[in-house]
Write a protein that binds this ligand. Structure first.
Ligand code: SF4
Ligand code: SF4
Length: 374
């Protein structure tokens, strides 16, 4: 998610609110006003975001930011402002998909996890519920429930599903999961009867070999639980996507993984092979997991061929076009998390920039040396 840093003043507790520039707005509670300075008109707002640092009596919690930052905030964005001046845009009004982080706990320890597991912070559930209560979701937008592993929250997980059903019954929802909780048939049954109507369960599966998958996710027997979870979801005809994160350990098996998927999980709605973001544990385990996508360009083409021949909708995420074979370009997608992607100066001369996903800004200097304009 987009994050900015400002200079806080008078902020005692985290503030969650919808951004507005309308000083005349009638709804002020849970609204954060962007304005030149505090005035009578700003009374009642939860906080003020300003570019002005004139010393005045300041009763309203406020945060001073650069003009560039305030210009980056849209009317209707939902922001979480913390005491230290951090501004997280927890819901972007114009983004096609927004993630809601439900927990950082997980029952896997993936070697390339972008968000290393932590003990669950109960505040995340309360914040998530408040976000869901505040935001207005457009028809074209998707709520992406993410973690950690959201299903480990048990009752709180079902409360979140309930909150979506009540407040946003028609919205499209997806959830990122390692799929292991669905190995429990009773859990799956309850999930199916509680989930919002339009729901896509995105399950990560990183190999066709149990030992390889378990090595990547760092916990024994995960492969069998995830496979069982996928089968249970199929028994209820759930909408399922399989996500394979390509790394040095599985990159040479992409065709076999695709074959395994089409033979064992032909019911899935979508399968994606994804390039890796070099943050979190992927950065710590860089030498073990990093592989230049250029090295697996033939393998990923074969995987796409296998899946499309089996009539499975397949995609490549997070791999620039210049690192894939031309025959696979029709499978390559641009990211729906626009804030994550950027282009190198060299991309300016590229004829396919407008349809390329570019590079992960979060991966910083860890980029392929084979990026080259087409
Ligand atoms: S399943 Fe997801 S959240 Fe859990 S360790 Fe793996 S990558 Fe991280
Ligand atoms: S040069 Fe840049 S824009 Fe062109 S394909 Fe490569 S990453 Fe994409």
């Amino acid at each position: 998610m987009k994050q900015f840093k400002g200079i806080p003043e008078n902020i005692q507790t985290p503030i969650l609110g919808l951004v507005t520039r309308n000083e005349m707005s009638l709804s002020r509670v849970n609204r954060v006003l962007i304005a030149e300075e505090e005035s009578l008109l700003s009374k009642g707002f939860s906080a003020l975001i300003t570019n002005n640092d004139k010393k005045k009596n300041k009763s309203l919690p406020q945060i001073k930011v650069s003009e560039e930052i305030s210009n980056n905030l849209e009317e209707g964005d939902c922001v979480l402002i913390s005491e230290d001046g951090n501004i997280k845009v927890v819901w972007e009004k114009k983004a096609p998909a927004n993630s809601i982080l439900l927990t950082e706990m997980c029952d896997c320890r993936c070697i390339m996890c972008p968000q290393p597991p932590k003990v669950h912070d109960k505040n995340l559930i309360e914040i998530s519920k408040r976000i869901l209560n505040l935001i207005k979701i457009e028809k074209s937008q998707t709520i992406c429930l993410t973690g950690g592993e959201p299903t480990l929250l048990k009752e709180s997980f079902f409360e979140i599903l309930d909150a979506i059903n009540k407040k946003h019954p028609k919205s499209s929802v997806m959830m990122l999961t390692n799929g292991k909780s669905f190995a429990d048939f009773e859990f799956t049954k309850r999930f199916v009867s509680s989930r919002p109507k339009d729901f896509l369960t995105c399950v990560s599966l990183h190999s066709d070999v149990d030992e390889v998958h378990d090595r990547i996710v760092g916990v024994k027997n995960s492969f069998y639980k995830t496979a069982m979870g996928l089968q249970n979801l199929a028994r209820f005809r759930e909408k399922v996507e399989i996500r394979v994160v390509v790394n040095r350990i599985n990159a040479h098996r992409l065709e076999s993984i695709a074959t395994f998927i089409e033979r064992n999980f032909p019911f899935i709605n979508h399968c994606t092979f994804m390039g890796m973001e070099i943050i979190g544990l992927a950065r710590d385990n860089y030498d073990t997991v990093w592989i230049d996508p250029y090295e697996y360009r033939e393998e990923i083409s074969q995987a796409m061929r296998v899946l499309s021949r089996a009539d499975i909708n397949a995609s490549i995420y997070n791999v620039p076009l210049c690192l894939t074979e031309k025959k696979s370009w029709s499978f390559a997608r641009q990211s729906i998390s626009g804030w994550k992607n950027d282009y190198l100066p060299i991309c300016e001369d590229c004829s396919v920039k407008s349809i390329c996903c570019g590079i992960f800004t979060t991966s910083e200097l860890h980029q392929s040396p084979n990026i080259y304009p087409q």
